[in-house]
Design a protein around this ligand. Structure first.
Ligand SMILES: *Cc1c(COP(=O)(O)O)cnc(C)c1O
Length: 306
C-alpha cells in the first residue's frame, strides 16, 4: 500500500506513520470496531467528488449505534473530516476508510469506559477485483461458510468482527481458485459476498437479496434507484443458488468492487459468460454518475477541489 501524507485521527491530521495505537487496544482483541469504505472520483470536468458521502457517514454512526459504541462525532463532522483529509493529502480520487474503534483502557469483553476513537485514512485503490474483472467478469463459488444468522452478528452494522466470517469465505474461495465467495444465509438462500451485495438478472428483471442477513450497501441502493429510473423492474427477493445458476446475468455491487460482473458460479457459466447487456448498461451509467456526468444525480456527490 502506498502511504499518503496524513491520517485524520480524532479530529487532527497526523502524519501517516504516526497514526498508531497500543497493542492492547480493545478492538484489536475483540473485533469491536465499525468502518466505512467510500470512494472519491475525479470528475470529467477536472473537479473531484466523494460519492454519497453523507450516507456513508450516517451509516458509520448507525453501525456504532447497533454495537452500542458512542462515536463522539456527528455524521456531518465525519463527512467534513473526509473532505479535509482529501484536500490535505492532495487526492483527486481515493478509497476512503473511516474506522471507529474501542481504544486502550480496561481489558475484557465489556468495553466499559474505554475511549471510542476514530480515524479516517485514504489511499489509491484501483478496481478491487482487478481491472479486467470489471469488463470480463469473475468466477465465484458458493461458500461452505454460511452468513451469520440475523441474531448472531448484526449484519446491518459494517463491523470489523463480522469480517471473520468474510475472511473465512474469502480464503476458502481464493485457495480453491475462485475470485470471490457467494455466501448463503442460515436458511440456505443467497445472502451476499464477503464485502459485496448480489444482483441477478433473469428475463429482463433484476433481483437482489432482501435487507435481512446482508449489509445494506450504498452501491446496492444506488443500483436499485438507477435501474428503476432506467425503466427496469427491480425486486428485493430471496433466491436460491440454483436460480443464480440459471440467471442470464449476475453482478456484485460495492464501493470497493463497484459493479463487477460474475461470469461463473460453481463452474456453471452465467448467461453468455461475460458482462451481459443489463449489467453493462448499469455499469456505464453508474460510472457516469460518480464522475459527475449525469446532473440528475448531482445530490449524490460531495464535490471538492484541491
Ligand atoms: C461494505 C459492504 C458491502 C457493500 O456496501 P457498499 O455501501 O455498497 O460499499 C456489502 N456487504 C458487506 C458485508 C459489506 O461490508
Amino acid at each position: 500500500m502506498q502511504p499518503t501524507k496524513f491520517i485524520w485521527f480524532d479530529g487532527k491530521l497526523v502524519p501517516w506513520n504516526e497514526a498508531q495505537v497500543h497493542v492492547l487496544t480493545h478492538s484489536l482483541h475483540y473485533g469491536s470496531a465499525v468502518f466505512e469504505g467510500i470512494r472519491a472520483y475525479q470528475c470529467s470536468d477536472g473537479s473531484s467528488a466523494v460519492f454519497r458521502l453523507e450516507d456513508h457517514a450516517k451509516r458509520l454512526i448507525n453501525s456504532g449505534k447497533i454495537l452500542r459504541m458512542q462515536i463522539p462525532y456527528t455524521a456531518d463532522e465525519i463527512a467534513k473530516g473526509v473532505l479535509d483529509l482529501l484536500k490535505a493529502n492532495g487526492m483527486r480520487d481515493a478509497y476512503i476508510r473511516p474506522l471507529s474503534f474501542v481504544g486502550y483502557g480496561e481489558m475484557g469483553v465489556y468495553p466499559g469506559n474505554n475511549p471510542v476513537q476514530t480515524i479516517i485514512a485514504a489511499w489509491s485503490w484501483g478496481a478491487y477485483l482487478g481491472a479486467e474483472a470489471l469488463e470480463k467478469g469473475i468466477r465465484v463459488c458458493t461458500s461452505s461458510f454460511a452468513r451469520s444468522h440475523v441474531n448472531t452478528s448484526m449484519s446491518k452494522a459494517k463491523a470489523a468482527g463480522n469480517y471473520i466470517n468474510s475472511i473465512l469465505a474469502k480464503i476458502e474461495a481464493k485457495e480453491n481458485g475462485f475470485d470471490e465467495a457467494v455466501m448463503l444465509d442460515t436458511n440456505g438462500f443467497v445472502s451476499e459476498a464477503t464485502g459485496e451485495n448480489i444482483f441477478i438478472v433473469r428475463d429482463g428483471k433484476i433481483k437482489t437479496t432482501p435487507w435481512t442477513s446482508i449489509l445494506g450497501g450504498i452501491t446496492r441502493d444506488s443500483v436499485m434507484q438507477l435501474a428503476r429510473d432506467l425503466g427496469y423492474t427491480v425486486e428485493e427477493q430471496q433466491f436460491t443458488r440454483d436460480e443464480f445458476y440459471i440467471a442470464d446475468e449476475a453482478f456484485f455491487s460495492g464501493t470497493a468492487a463497484e459493479l463487477t460482473p460474475i461470469r461463473q458460479l460453481d463452474n456453471r457459466t452465467i448467461g453468455e459468460g461475460h458482462a451481459g447487456p443489463v449489467t453493462k448498461h448499469l455499469q456505464q451509467e453508474f460510472f457516469k454518475i460518480v464522475k459527475g456526468e449525469n446532473k440528475k444525480y448531482a445530490s449524490w456527490l460531495a464535490p471538492y477541489s484541491l
